[in-house]
Design a protein around this ligand. Structure first.
Ligand code: EPU
Length: 349
């Protein structure tokens, strides 16, 4: 295993931000990780944890990274088990998420089609509990294998232990953070297993997806047809990171109480809102940002995407600082107009 010095990180983050890693090491197997940990303390001299890099698709880099960067390139996809009740499939953390979804469909294991075309790696998918068009990773998750970067111990976590929430998990929280048992900076995910139940049932109900199905006259779509529709919807409104740097949705959709929502509707009758099962109401952050006039605007080379205000983009050589200044300006204007503090989604390093 080779530790490379002074490595350019621009190709490794979908925002395309220019920055360097002082030291970077690629791991291609569980044994690589164990050998790395046996050979050295991966914490920096100041005690900072190593930085685990997946596909870099949910990341804003605000400067050169001084900690050791561990780039996870663990490959492999396999059917672990098929029973009358479903398929258990596994992938290495370094596998590309979308290619993995495609592979499951090609093999005849449907269930992940609503999550097509999400950028990033399989190993990063549980970290923010990726979700789209009515399905969240936690709905198809079985378990994951990880290695504790401090002790070198391997461990397996089921869904309950991952503490999944909306774009959230234990992997986003510091060990001493408010969620108690956070694993940020502590765990390196090596493999993820998914449970795809039989009989397969389409997940519809998301307005845009239903509209697409109705247009195509598909009353009982197949998994492949849903996959194709999701790809078409995403391609139409979300920027392709290979063309314009971005990290997907930059803010989470906020949740407010029913009273708070009624108050906002009284002032802004068009606000896009979805009542939740627990009585709270989710608001479309993209709509709130759009209503504040941000579409197409920006700070320096960081901008707000013209077709979806929830996505910040790199229009040239944007720095992480410009992206964060823009994010703060958006948060301020949404707060001033609606009294809502938007929470950011990507990891900022
Ligand atoms: N809207 C506007 N203006 C905008 C953007 C959105 O008026 O500029 C309105 C839309 O018209 C729609 C509503 O806001 O009525 C919601 O928009 P959309 O359906 O595009 O979904 P979203 O809430 O913006 C979420 C996820 C996406 C996911 C889609 C589909 C979050 C933060 N984002 O976006 O996830 O693909 O739903 O399920 O939950 C991601 O997390 O990176 C991501 C792309």
């Amino acid at each position: 295993m080779v530790v490379e010095n002074n490595v350019a990180l621009q190709p490794y983050n979908t925002f395309g931000i220019v920055a360097r890693a002082q030291r970077l090491v690629r791991v291609r197997s569980t044994d690589d990780v164990l050998a790395l940990l046996a050979g050295q303390d991966v914490r920096s001299a100041s005690g900072a944890a190593a930085f685990v890099l997946g596909g870099g698709s949910n990341l804003v880099i605000t400067g050169d990274i001084k900690q050791l960067v561990i780039k996870v390139e663990i490959a492999g996809r396999r059917l672990v088990e098929e029973t009358p009740r479903g398929w258990l499939v596994e992938a290495g953390a370094g596998e590309d998420w979308h290619a993995f979804v495609q592979w499951t469909l090609e093999q005849g294991f449907p269930g992940l089609e609503n999550l097509a075309l999400i950028p990033g790696t399989v190993g990063a998918s549980p970290v923010q509990n990726i979700g789209a068009y009515g399905v969240e990773l936690q709905d198809r998750f079985s378990a994951l294998d990880a290695i504790d970067l401090q002790t070198g111990q391997s461990f397996t976590l089921d869904a309950a232990k991952c503490g999944f929430g909306y774009r959230d998990s234990v992997f986003k929280h510091a060990p001493a953070g408010e969620k108690g048992l956070g694993l940020a900076g502590r765990a390196l995910i090596t493999h993820v297993r998914f449970w795809l139940p039989k009989p397969w049932k389409p997940v519809l109900g998301y307005a845009e997806l239903d509209r697409k199905m109705a247009e195509a006259g598909l009353a009982s779509p197949t998994a492949q047809q849903i996959f194709d529709a999701v790809c078409a919807i995403r391609r139409a409104k979300l920027p392709d990171p290979a063309v314009i740097g971005n990290a997907g949705s930059f803010f989470k959709n906020p949740t407010v109480s029913r009273e708070q929502c009624a108050d906002i509707i009284a002032r802004e009758p068009k606000v896009v809102h979805y009542p939740m099962a627990d009585g709270s109401v989710k608001l479309a952050a993209g709509w709130l940002i759009d209503a504040c006039g941000w579409k197409g605007k920006g700070v320096g080379n960081a901008g707000v995407y013209e077709r979806q205000a929830l996505v910040l983009v790199n229009r040239g050589a944007a720095t992480g600082g410009e992206v964060m200044t823009l994010a703060k300006a958006i948060q301020t204007s949404v707060y001033e107009r609606f009294g809502i503090l938007l929470e950011t989604e990507p990891v900022v390093v």
